[in-house]
Design a protein around this ligand. Structure first.
Ligand SMILES: CC(C)(COP(=O)(O)OP(=O)(O)OC[C@H]1O[C@@H](n2cnc3c(N)ncnc32)[C@H](O)[C@@H]1OP(=O)(O)O)[C@@H](O)C(=O)NCCC(=O)NCCS
Length: 257
């Protein structure tokens, strides 16, 4: 390793936050004036996660990325478009959340009294390895919920360790320490870790795959999330609220992402 690379590694290793990180999201996305396709009711926000460097006044670190989908069900329903169609038309990833809306019912039927109709999906969250361990992904998600969740009654995420995406594909490259023999156990352990991680944001299991936060309920503030990061994490997953599945579930489905 070059001296420069060593220096940058040491610098990143020394990163520590004694107070709530000064984090912001820089995002891009687009919206159509005329909603022609059901997919047009899904607004995507691609966010860069930026954090002020606590060691260097004025410097900002580009620590990762967060993609969210704001499904504008309220507007879609007003225009006679079905909620399921909105998700189905968007992407395979978004269509997985259809199990939140069985039989084209309403949030009220399926989830409870949520107030607002829209759905905010935390679609993809990545913090660069050198910046992990500070809960910056959680704080970025909190920032996104505050920024884009105003009209959303429900925030949802599928806790899924990305290194296991498509693991049944023969070309899948297992992460370090994982083999064909232990991949199911390794996946399950990683998934549980991520579930516990998202629970710090106030998300709870809706079914075996999807975790949700009802925005009408009290959820931790950014400062509380940050303080919680200093405390030990729970290790047991609470039981899901319900177990219905529109598309089926289980290991096979888990690996198709
Ligand atoms: C998920 C992520 C954004 C969180 O970043 P962060 O806020 O810095 O938090 P951490 O990296 O400390 O992760 C929290 C815990 O989850 C674990 N974890 C996070 N992603 C994991 C993954 N893909 N596989 C296995 N474990 C994972 C971490 O090891 C850590 O466990 P620990 O508390 O025992 O140390 C970051 O770990 C990441 O980019 N992971 C890879 C991408 C990914 O799988 N994203 C899926 C999000 S659903």
């Amino acid at each position: 390793m070059s001296p420069d690379a060593n220096q940058s590694r040491d610098r990143e290793n020394s990163l520590a936050f004694t107070e709530l990180p000064d984090l912001r999201l820089e995002y891009s996305g687009s919206a159509r004036l005329e909603r022609i396709e059901p997919d047009d009711y899904c607004l995507e926000h691609h966010c860069k996660i930026l954090v002020s460097d606590p060691r260097d006044d004025g410097a900002e670190l580009d620590v990762g990325e967060l993609d969210v989908i704001h499904a504008q069900f309220g507007l879609a329903v007003n225009n006679g478009v079905s909620w399921i169609d909105v998700l189905d038309a968007h992407s395979e990833g978004a269509s997985e959340y259809c199990s939140l809306l069985e039989n084209n019912s309403t949030w009220k039927d399926d989830v409870g009294d949520v107030g607002n109709l829209d759905l905010l999906i935390l679609e993809r969250c990545i913090v660069r390895p050198e910046f992990r361990g500070h809960g910056l992904g959680l704080l970025a998600a909190k920032c996104a919920i505050d920024a884009f969740g105003e009209s959303c009654g429900v925030v949802a995420v599928i806790p899924f360790p990305l290194e296991f995406a498509g693991f049944e594909d023969p070309n899948w490259v297992p992460p370090a320490g994982v083999s064909a023999e232990n991949k199911k156990q390794a996946f399950s352990a990683a998934k549980t870790k991520l579930e516990m991680y998202w629970s710090r944001l106030g998300l709870t299991p809706y079914n075996e795959r999807i975790w949700i936060l009802l925005t009408a309920h009290v959820s931790p503030s950014a400062a509380e999330i940050f303080r919680g990061l200093q405390a030990p994490v729970a290790t047991q997953v609470p039981p899901p609220r319900r177990t219905r599945h529109r598309h089926g579930s289980g290991w096979k489905r888990d690996t198709q992402r």
